[in-house]
Design a protein around this ligand. Structure first.
Ligand code: SAM
Length: 238
């Protein structure tokens, strides 16, 4: 990865997207029937016993990339199981010189499936990290940002303490906006000591300001529209 020459996010949007409220309302009330990929279901079923064994201490690193941040979390939370999910096999399979921590599960799956499978499997999280999700900064791509995506209710209903980091202020402002609409307080601040993940290091070396949002979802009542049983399809992740 190139270090230190990353450009700041440029967008034709300067504040919270005007359609976000309407999208949120739709995503929390209208059923979303996207089939789960067979590949994601198989991975989920393979690791189900480990998830069940660690059910009281599950931490999800969603979109973990190379898993560097997940290894960091494994050291920080030795009594929890770090579930690190990314759709990119290429990033996950990067060779390591050190053995992997015992409390780390690196999984290749699509989060659009994995969040729903975890939720509907009855799991709830201790902590949930989204480090530098793709910002999709074009205005017309609002529904690709996780807070504008139909999967949002499942993501949030997994509970726990949620942390989102981004190099685009609008991304965390929009995330805070949807949380506030759902009655959840979110606190935003600049990242003080960057370095948790490759993207964070790259942006910090380029002199960018990085932002983090934290919200406690343990007591939140997030409406999930269903269905509870998803059809399975054979499309694969990238
Ligand atoms: C900008 S990278 C950030 C990676 C890492 N968190 C970091 O901070 O270095 C975004 C990551 O999200 C992953 N991702 C995007 N959409 C995904 C999806 N639907 N399911 C799983 N992973 C996804 C990408 O493969 C990529 O590794």
């Amino acid at each position: 990865m190139n270090q230190g020459n990353s450009r700041t996010v440029s967008s034709n949007q300067t504040g919270v997207h005007p359609d976000l409220s309407v999208l949120l309302e739709r995503h929390c009330t209208k059923p979303w029937r996207r089939p789960v990929a067979r590949h994601s279901l198989e991975i989920f079923e393979q690791v189900l016993p480990q998830l069940q064994q660690a059910a009281d201490g599950l931490i999800l690193d969603a979109g973990c990339g190379t898993g560097d941040s997940s290894r960091h979390l494994a050291g920080q939370y030795p009594d929890s199981l770090i579930v690190a999910v990314d759709q990119s096999g290429h990033r996950l399979q990067r060779q390591r010189s050190l053995p992997e921590p015992d409390n780390l599960l690196l999984l290749r799956a699509d989060l659009q499936d994995f969040w729903r499978l975890l939720h509907d499997g009855g799991f709830r999280l201790q902590r949930h990290f989204l480090f530098y999700p793709n910002p999709w900064p074009k205005k017309r791509h609002i529904q690709r940002r996780w807070h504008g995506h139909p999967v949002l209710p499942w993501l949030l209903a997994l509970g726990g303490v949620l942390e989102v980091r981004s190099n685009w202020l609008v991304y965390v402002e929009e995330f805070a906006f949807v949380l506030n609409k759902l009655g959840v307080e979110a606190c935003k601040e600049p990242v003080q000591a960057p370095g948790v993940s490759p993207f964070e290091r790259k942006y910090a070396l380029s002199g960018q300001t990085l932002y983090r949002l934290q919200a406690d979802l343990r007591a939140a009542a997030i409406p999930v529209p269903g269905p509870r049983v998803f059809p399975v399809a054979d499309h694969t992740t990238g």
